[in-house]
Design a protein around this ligand. Sequence first.
Ligand SMILES: Nc1ncnc2c1ncn2[C@@H]1O[C@H](COP(=O)(O)OP(=O)(O)O)[C@@H](O)[C@H]1O
Ligand SMILES: [Mg+2]
Length: 274
Amino acid sequence: MENDIILDVQHLSHVFRLNRKTKVKAVNDVSFRIKKGEIYGLVGESGSGKSTVARCVMNIYKPSGGEVFYKGIPVCKNREFQKNRKMLQMTRQMIFQDSASSLNPGIKVRDIVAEPLRIQSRKIRTDKREIEKQLEMVGLDGSYLEKYPYELSGGQRQRVAIARALLAKPDLIVADEPIASLDVSIQAQMVNLFRKLQKEQGFSFLFIAHDLSMVRFLCDRTGVMYHGGLVEEGTTKDVFSHPEHKYTKALLEAIPVPDPREERNRRVMKCNEG
Ligand SMILES: Nc1ncnc2c1ncn2[C@@H]1O[C@H](COP(=O)(O)OP(=O)(O)O)[C@@H](O)[C@H]1O
Ligand SMILES: [Mg+2]
């Protein structure tokens, strides 16, 4: 394997068995690669299988078929996973859409940010100054150290989630719609933050989104998912300027209008649709 590839997803499939008769083919024969330091956007409508791919990549789900190679290690093989568990837990970090539920509500920001190191029981002193630096990096000042998640806005909570993910100095970050639940104005700030942090720290980044406007700005390459399959892939520029698949064209036409009022109406409509 070329050693500039950090993540190599090969023929990944995942089936959810709901009962003896019913199964859902959530992901079907998906293959893609992410290079070191690359930002890869995975887009597609809700239900197309993006989260399932992310969860297979992170060993949250065991795929029904295919393999995920991380740094050349076939991580879906139980033995390989166990053998490399500590390294995998440290160097791969995940950020979820809804940080309200991924942050422990009962502990202060300073302890939330320090969590990955404590989980690893590494003998590293997570002193206040270190955590403060971590918060500064994501644009929060020291006054946030002593706050609880409920005292923060959605954007601030997401910054805390990013600070936590970055404390482990990861080589790969998987972010599953990390900005989807934020206001449009905050979304742009967050995407700028991701860009800045990626430049500074050089991690590889799997960025999952269901709308394309931020992906266009952020991602080096983009893959488009549709009904469990990866229907199109290429440099973001190519995918956006010459979409091949009719579904990609439809997605591109659905790019949000950069008018906040209109955007809000669209959102209200989406919510009403369920
Ligand atoms: N835990 C689950 N149990 C059963 N079906 C699921 C589960 N998670 C996802 N699915 C189904 O798998 C398909 C892909 O879902 P998902 O990966 O969440 O898509 P996306 O993240 O693109 O919205 C959908 O049809 C969804 O209903
Ligand atoms: Mg999802």
